[in-house]
Design a protein around this ligand. Structure first.
Ligand code: NAP
Length: 490
């Protein structure tokens, strides 16, 4: 398949780069150039998983007893290395995941932001002191690490999601086994290189690459793993949550989305249109917070759909390394097939194909997993394309007669990650904020993203367990201990 000589990358266990005990590797290709192998990676097995957990267990006491501000210094040091390697890291994300280079730069910045935030927490990690009801007694709470934590991450943010789990996990004093998506292991390898250079002691951060189906259950259920932080599909997350809960582990799962933007007739249309196009087609629609539904008030519905089609037709599609490209390939052949299948389903269900609708072909596209940015109008809530997460460049447009109907349509899905409304009407904006069923809500802003010092996550089938990032992330990765000290003279 390949005409280039690919580098082999190893697992990282107990401070050493090592081959898998399986002695097997698998290749990862560039989604924009199917013939370019970007590396071969370890196909880890149960023995590797056990070795990584043992190493993390062994390092646990040393790291837990390292003062939190000193742990923070290592995180700060990692930021210098991020800055030095910034462009190389962005290029890696684009070459293995496919997203446009500017989105990759944004992803690296996001990773750096959460590391910076977490490093600062090393000088806080606050507990409470409070009066005791008993005389001569001091009562306070303090935080302790959980021990060994498993971090299981998806392919769509291969640098930022591992970073936003491992930074709070590290500052709280936990040791880690990281299992990145099998499709995007190179970003995780580079992340580990950075923390190794920054001075993490051996065993604190261990990396095993390879198939989640082969080693995931073992990792989650292993008695020495005390907590699991997962981001990925609702199907896998639900299973992991149940497995972890049965063993009374602390588990957080951030999962799929079907995010909607509501456009009311009084909206700033330029802003709303730009936001929907960016939300639906930026990063090729492969964001958990991507906009996949536009719910538009009837009086402006036709106008909005026409304008969305026009703006979408102006997007430049190509290799994400081209600085001028807006939409790049899907991340894998599997994703491309899945998205094309959903486009077929939408057509069969009777939705109106407004633009796009197929794979792209020709010299520029034949060597990558390209799908045209696609819009369906006349979509109704009973259609699968209105209900299921497509996770690609497909937008469904739906009509609503008023805000009540728009909110009801927005809520009629199993997911509840992010949402947005465009309106100048403040009471309606608050009516929306108070009734929409999502964990994150935006007014006059895209469904995308979030800031690292605020909680990130969803309701319903989009999230279960404590939220990520901000203080919520610190709460997840630490245990609270309540202390009562009787200081009366004996
Ligand atoms: P996925 O198929 O669920 O995989 C996620 C991770 O779980 C991968 O590392 C995967 O390994 C691993 N895994 C698979 N089977 C496992 C098992 N039995 N036990 C333990 N781990 C297992 O999800 P994906 O396709 O990588 O990611 C796309 C999904 O992530 C979308 O649904 C998207 O919405 C969601 N997402 C959510 C958020 C959020 O914050 N809510 C953010 C980003 C993405 P393999 O790769 O080897 O299968």
């Amino acid at each position: 398949m390949s005409n280039n000589i690919a580098v082999s990358y190893q697992n990282h266990i107990d401070g050493k780069w090592v081959d898998s005990e399986s002695k097997r590797e698998y290749p990862i290709i560039n989604p924009a150039h199917k013939d370019q192998v970007i590396g071969n990676f370890q196909l880890s097995d149960i023995e590797d998983t056990n070795n990584a957990i043992t190493a993390a267990s062994k390092a646990s006491s040393l790291w837990a007893n390292t003062p939190a501000p000193a742990r923070g210094q290592i995180l700060y040091k990692s930021l210098e290395i991020f800055s030095r390697r910034f462009e190389e890291l962005a290029r890696t994300v684009t070459e293995e995941e496919g997203k446009p280079i500017n989105d990759s730069r944004g992803e690296i910045r996001r990773a750096m932001n959460i590391i910076e935030y977490s490093a600062g927490e090393g000088r806080r990690l606050f507990g409470h002191t409070t009066p005791s009801e008993t005389p001569n007694t001091m009562a306070y709470t303090t935080r302790r690490p959980l021990g060994v934590v498993a971090l299981i991450t998806p392919w769509n943010f291969p640098m930022a999601i591992p970073a936003w789990k491992l930074a709070p996990a590290l500052i709280c004093g936990n040791t880690i086994v990281l299992k990145p998506a099998s499709g995007t292991p190179l970003s995780a390898v580079k992340l580990v290189e950075i923390f190794e250079e920054a001075g993490l002691p051996p065993g604190v951060l261990n990396l095993i690459t390879g198939s989640g189906a082969a080693i995931g259950n073992h990792l989650v259920e292993h008695p020495e793993v005390n907590a699991v932080s997962f981001t990925g599909s609702t199907e896998i997350g639900t299973d992991i949550y149940a497995r972890g809960a049965r063993l009374l582990k602390k588990v957080q799962c951030e999962m799929g989305g079907k995010n909607a933007v509501i456009v009311l007739a009084d909206a700033d249309m330029d802003k709303a249109l730009a936001s929907i196009v960016q939300g639906a087609f930026g990063s090729t629609g492969q964001r958990c917070t991507a906009t996949s539904r536009a719910i538009v008030e009837a009086s402006v519905y036709d106008q909005v759909v026409d304008q969305l089609a026009l703006k979408t037709s102006q997007l430049k599609i190509g290799d994400g390394l081209d600085e001028t490209v807006d939409v790049s390939p899907l991340s894998s052949a599997y994703q491309q097939e899945k998205v094309l299948e959903y486009i077929g389903i939408g057509t069969e269900e009777g939705a109106n194909l407004v633009c796009g609708g197929g794979a792209l072909s020709g010299d520029l596209y034949d060597n990558g997993f390209y799908v045209e940015p696609t819009i369906f109008s006349d979509v109704t809530t009973d259609m699968r394309i209105a209900q299921e997460e497509i996770f690609g460049p497909v937008l469904t447009a739906m009509e609503a007669h008023d805000i009540e109907e728009a909110i009801s349509v927005s809520n009629q899905v199993q997911f509840g990650l992010s949402s947005s409304i465009y309106t100048r009407d403040i009471p309606k904006a608050f009516q929306y904020i108070n009734t929409v069923e999502t964990g994150m809500v935006h007014v006059n802003a895209p469904t995308l993203g979030g800031e690292v010092h605020l909680p990130f996550g969803g309701l319903k089938s989009s999230g279960v367990g404590q939220r990520e990032q901000g203080l919520e992330g610190i709460n997840f990765f630490s245990e609270v201990l309540t202390a009562y000290i009787d200081y009366a003279e004996p």
